[in-house]
Ligand binder design. Structure first.
Ligand code: ES4
Ligand code: ZN
Length: 325
C-alpha cells in the first residue's frame, strides 16, 4: 500500500500525549514569549538533543519542554497544532492524553490548561467535525494521594474527560499503587487505561487489568513474555495501543525490524498503531504506519486490520464505530 493510501484512510489515534506534540518551533516561540532561557539556540540544537537511552532520559526532556506552557493560549496553540495534524493525516478520531501534574506541579492550574485545550477542541469540531476525547493521566512516579488531589481538581471538567490513565516512569511504580484512585474514577463514570509492559514487566499488564480494571493497555509489548497473558488478551480482545517509533527511540526494541507488533497482530490480539509523543520520537501517526511497511513488510491487509482496530479499540459509541468500520 502506498503512503497515499495510508494517508487517505480515515484512522483513529488512541495513544497520544498532548505534551509530547510540542514542536521545537512552538517551544522556541513560547520560550521567547515568556522570557525563558532554553538550553538550545537553534531548532537543530533541539533535534540533536532528542537522543534517548530509555524512558527516563526522554521524560526529563519532555517535562523540561512542557515548562514553556504557561498561559491558556499556550495550551490552545499546543492542542490546535496537533488537531491541524489530525486534519492533515486523516485522523478522524483521537483520544488525547494530558498530564495535569506536569502543569499543576509548577503552579499552572486546571483553570489555565483546560479552557485552552477545550477551545481548540471545540474549534476543530466546528470547523471540520474533528472527533476527540480526553484522557487524564496520573504520573505514576508521584504518590496515590497526589493522584487523588488531581482527580479532585478535575471535578469542574469531568464532563469533558472520558477516561483516566497512568503514565511516566513505569519501573518500580506498579499499577496496584493506584488501585484506590482508579476505583474512585470508575465510580465517577470514568473509563480506565494504563501504560503497562513498555519498560515494566508483563506482570504490570496483569496488574493494570486486575487491579485497575482498564479497558486498554498502553504499549503492552512485553506481553510476549507471558503466554498465559497473551491468551487472555486475545480471548478478551483487550486492546494494546502500540507506538512503534516510540519503542525504537526509547530502546524497547533495538531496531524496527525487531518490533513485535505484527506477531501480536497475527496472534489475534487487538493491536493498534499510535504516535505517543510525535515531536520527540520523529513522526506522527502516518509515519508510524509507514515504518511497519518499510521495516516489517506489513501487507495491505495488515495495515487495514490495524486501522480497523483503531476504531474497535476506541471509546466511540457502537454506532459511531460502525460508521467508520
Ligand atoms: C510517555 Cl512513551 C511514555 N511512557 C510513559 N509515560 C509517558 N509520558 C509521555 N510519554
Ligand atoms: Zn505513552
Amino acid at each position: 500500500m502506498s503512503m497515499s493510501l495510508i494517508q487517505a484512510l480515515p484512522k483513529a489515534e488512541l495513544h497520544l500525549h498532548i505534551e509530547g506534540t510540542l514542536t521545537p518551533s512552538r517551544m522556541m516561540a513560547l520560550a521567547k514569549k515568556h522570557n525563558i532561557s532554553l538550553p538550545y539556540v537553534t531548532l537543530e540544537d533541539i533535534q540533536a538533543a532528542y537522543q534517548f537511552d530509555d524512558l527516563q532520559s526522554f521524560l526529563n526532556l519532555y517535562y523540561q519542554g512542557a515548562d514553556v506552557l504557561r498561559e491558556e493560549e499556550d495550551f490552545f496553540q499546543l492542542m490546535w497544532d496537533y488537531l491541524l495534524v489530525c486534519k492533515e493525516e486523516n485522523i478522524v478520531h483521537t483520544e488525547i492524553m494530558f498530564d495535569p501534574q506536569t502543569h499543576t506541579n509548577r503552579g499552572v492550574g486546571f483553570d489555565v490548561f483546560m479552557p485552552g485545550f477545550l477551545s481548540a477542541i471545540r474549534k476543530a469540531k466546528r470547523e471540520w467535525g474533528q472527533s476527540t476525547k480526553l484522557i487524564m493521566s496520573f504520573l505514576r512516579d508521584l504518590t496515590e494521594a497526589q493522584a487523588f488531589d488531581t482527580l479532585d481538581a478535575s471535578m469542574p471538567y469531568l464532563a469533558d474527560i472520558e477516561a483516566v490513565g497512568l503514565d511516566s516512569a513505569e519501573k518500580a511504580n506498579p499499577p496496584e499503587k493506584f488501585r484506590k484512585v482508579f476505583a474512585k474514577a470508575k465510580s465517577l463514570g470514568l473509563k480506565r487505561v494504563a501504560h503497562a509492559g513498555e519498560e515494566g514487566p508483563a506482570e504490570y499488564i496483569w496488574g493494570a487489568i486486575n487491579e485497575l480494571n482498564v479497558a486498554r493497555i498502553d504499549h503492552g509489548v512485553r506481553a510476549t513474555e507471558d503466554n498465559v497473558l497473551l491468551r487472555f488478551l486475545r480471548e478478551h480482545q483487550i486492546p494494546l495501543t502500540v507506538c512503534p517509533l516510540s519503542n525504537i527511540k526509547l530502546n524497547v526494541f533495538d531496531k524496527m525490524d525487531q518490533h513485535n507488533i505484527l506477531s501480536l497482530l497475527n496472534d489475534g490480539l487487538c493491536v493498534t498503531v499510535n504516535s505517543d509523543d510525535p515531536s520527540y520520537f520523529g513522526g506522527y501517526l502516518n509515519q508510524n504506519y509507514k515504518e511497519l511497511q518499510h521495516h516489517l513488510d506489513a501487507t495491505d491487509d495488515q495495515i487495514v486490520q490495524l486501522i480497523k482496530n483503531s476504531f474497535l479499540a476506541s471509546f466511540l459509541a457502537p454506532d459511531e464505530k460502525e460508521y467508520w468500520l
